[in-house]
Design a protein. Structure first.
Length: 97
């Protein structure tokens, strides 16, 4: 499931290229919904992984807050350059402690 989320977040940064070759991705077909579901997925993953890793409360709060920040970036910052930066932050947000 994390792989699917990774593919989903990776698709934002190349919408122009995907459109040019006629590829229809979720961010192209449902741009607004795709960004909000990314936020929800990131917060959900941070919560689930925190439980799985048995993190302390302060660690869980920090991890969920950071993941929420990354998700908000995908919602607010919509340029190709911003999506690239958000994707890099996404990669950091999925690294185990």
């Amino acid at each position: 499931a994390i792989v699917i989320t990774t593919i989903h977040t990776q698709d934002f940064r190349d919408c122009e290229g995907d459109r040019a070759v006629g590829r229809i991705t979720i961010p192209i077909a449902y741009p607004s919904a795709a960004r909000y579901t990314t936020f929800l997925a990131l917060v959900a993953w941070a919560t689930v992984l925190s439980i799985f890793w048995k993190l302390q409360l302060w660690e869980t709060m920090a991890y969920v807050a950071f993941s929420a920040y990354v998700g908000i970036r995908f919602i607010v910052e919509k340029s190709m350059e911003s999506d690239e930066i958000s994707y890099q932050w996404y990669n950091v947000s999925t690294v185990p402690f």
